[in-house]
Design a protein around this ligand. Sequence first.
Ligand code: ATP
Ligand code: MG
Length: 350
Amino acid sequence: MGKPIVLTGDRPTGKLHLGHYVGSLKKRVELQDKDYQQYVFIADLQALTDNARNPELIRENLIEVALDYLAVGLDPEKTVIFVQSQIPELSELTMVYMNLVTVSRLYRNPTVKDEIKQRGFGSSLPAGFLLYPVSQAADITAFNANFVPAGADQEPLIEQVREIVRTFNGIYGEVLIEPEIMLPEKSVWNRLPGIDGKAKMSKSLNNAIFLSDEPSVIREKVMRIFTDPTHLKISDPGHTEGNTMFTYLDAFCTDAHFAEFLPEYRNLDELKAHYRRGGLGDVKVKLFLNNILQEELKRFREKRQFHEGRVDEVYTILREGSLNARQVAAKTLASVRSAIGINYDGKLLL
Ligand code: ATP
Ligand code: MG
């Protein structure tokens, strides 16, 4: 048996943010130093499913996402980094899998349902958008991925992939691998809310702290984070549950941060208890959170700046990763064609 295979991707619809970091990127950086074969890709064709009339957005953000990958420490020597559209085999696999799922099943996918609502497609829903879970099945199975490290929003999508795999293998023989989602360890990392406290942090919702934000922007966003609307005066008792400022502390702060930035408390439990009792103001807590995020994001910003000055090298990384990935996907496609019998024993072209 070879090493277990992990694969994940991101849509180039914007720069990556703290939600991506805790939900998935953090785990990817850890896994590349463990005994896994890892693939990470930029899902430009998937991004086209809801941005077909705005391809410029995808062109611009392809490089931004690649820079974010390098900034957080993904290393092309350890992780194959590639671009979805450069692997035409994925599109052919999608064509095959499309026949193994019903339209009503696609409409029932809770993540897709939410996203359709969020984007307000109404009756102008692009067919490609409804089908993106099928193209995800192609992305994952082409590389024989065993694990997909992602946030909880991806669970229904991975379940859909598993169904397609079982159906395919049931009809044509055991060819495809059933993937499993690898959720983050902490539940707060599964679905980090936006600074407005309403929905999950998302590139498209204007509620994100980006990994590449400048220090002044980070501070300004931290100061805007939704807190407890009933906590009007410092002396008032406050709520820590459903208070986004504390959700972020749950996600990012360690006891060492207290020793470094706020030594009057030993840990988050003590800080929360004070807030609940009353007598602790939001500004003090936010300045603490700001210090933590500034420290974390500084490392990323410095690495990003290094690569921003060498964009040609970044394209080379993507080109080489795509070449490598294409060989793997071509093997899977050949097995799929032969399992179905549309290779015609080599009597035709492919
Ligand atoms: P878009 O608005 O274009 O859909 P997005 O911000 O939702 O962008 P995706 O590219 O769809 O980001 O998600 C990529 C990965 O990041 C997925 O694995 C997803 O689970 C994870 N992720 C995205 N947002 C969050 C979040 N707020 N909390 C935890 N994980 C997240
Ligand atoms: Mg999304």
